[in-house]
Structure formats: structure tokens, C-alpha cells
Design a protein. Structure first.
Length: 199
């Protein structure tokens, strides 16, 4: 009788040990792909073209007459002497160029360059386009040398993430190439320039 009790006790203890053993699940692994698209392409839009309005201009050998449009769109005329002269006749259409820039990362520097300038002309009469001035995000005017890049910093808090470049420039008379020093009347709309944005 004592032997049976011991046998039953051993069986009960073994059953309890099996019931209390921890359950271990089989590990399963699933590999997950990651898709990432990087786009450092700025969204650049010229919303306003550079316009000097209507002005008179007379050239002189060795002297210069100029017409300038500021980054605020104000037209003005000047001369450095001699018989060269310029005057603003109608500034109704005078305006600075405006370019909007979006899609940049806040605080990241990018380069702006003005290059590939084509001077406006009519026949043999040429007016030099130069002395570019740039205002970025309405902060301050910066003189730009053609073909030289200047660093700017993108500000995502400005304009709800759309930064603004305002551009002014100067037209300068050249040594007379015609029989008369006065520039021929007409539309000089063939001048162009490139505004280049890069990181």
C-alpha cells in the first residue's frame, strides 16, 4: 500500500510540472521594405518680368547714360557727363523682376547666379544690361556680379514656405555706333538673362 501511494504521488508531481512549464512560441520574422524619395529640386517661378518702362537715351563717346530699375520697381535715370543723357518718360510699366522659390529645406544654403546676359538691341543700337541688384525675402539689396554665385539661405517660415527674389538692374548707353547719338525709337525687348539656382 505504501508503494502505490508513492507511485501516485510521483505521477501527480510529474503532471503538475508539465502543467506549470512555460509556453514558448515559435519566432517568426517578416522583412519590411522602405521606400524613400529625395527631391532637392527647387520650384522656381518667374512671377514678374523686369521692365524699364519708357525712357529717352542719348549716347556720347567716353560717357555713359543710365536707366535703373530698383528691387522695389522704381525707375530712375542718370549720366556721368558729356552730352550723354537719359530721362524716364513713363514709368507706369516699370517693375522689378520677381522670382518665387519653394521646396527648399529650412536653413539650407543654396546658390543664386545671374549669367548668360543678352543685351537689348535694335539693329546696331545696343544698350548694356548690367549692375544687377537682388533682394532676397525683403531683407536687403545685394549687388550681383554676372557669372558669380551668391549664397542664400532658404527660410521655410517666410511666405508660408515660398521665398522671394526681387531683381533690379541698370541699362547703360554705349559708344555711338550710329550716325546719330540718340538711340532709335522702338521696342528693345530682346534682352534676356538666366537666373540659376543650385545647391
Amino acid at each position: 500500500m505504501q508503494i502505490n501511494l508513492l507511485k501516485y504521488s510521483a505521477l501527480a508531481l510529474g503532471t503538475m510540472a508539465l502543467m506549470s512549464a512555460p509556453y514558448t512560441a515559435q519566432a517568426q520574422t517578416e522583412n519590411v521594405d522602405i521606400d524613400v524619395i529625395v527631391s532637392n529640386q527647387l520650384t522656381v517661378v518667374a512671377t514678374q518680368q523686369l521692365d524699364f518702362g519708357i525712357f529717352a537715351m542719348v549716347s556720347d563717346t567716353g560717357q555713359e547714360a543710365t536707366v535703373t530699375v530698383s528691387t522695389a520697381g522704381a525707375a530712375s535715370a542718370a549720366t556721368d557727363g558729356g552730352t550723354a543723357g537719359a530721362a524716364v518718360i513713363d514709368d507706369t510699366d516699370a517693375q522689378q523682376a520677381i522670382i518665387t522659390v519653394a521646396g527648399g529645406a529650412n536653413g539650407v544654403a543654396f546658390n543664386l547666379e545671374i549669367d548668360n546676359v543678352v543685351n537689348p538691341f535694335q539693329g546696331a543700337a545696343v544698350i548694356t544690361l548690367d549692375d544687377f541688384v537682388v533682394m532676397f525675402n525683403a531683407v536687403a539689396d545685394n549687388d550681383f556680379v554676372i557669372g558669380s554665385a551668391e549664397a542664400l539661405t532658404f527660410d521655410s517660415s517666410f511666405g508660408s514656405g515660398t521665398n522671394t527674389v526681387q531683381i533690379g538692374a541698370t541699362l547703360t548707353s554705349v559708344t555711338p555706333q550710329l550716325a546719330t547719338p540718340a538711340y532709335p525709337d522702338g521696342l528693345y525687348d530682346n534682352g534676356t538673362y538666366d537666373v540659376i539656382f543650385s545647391y
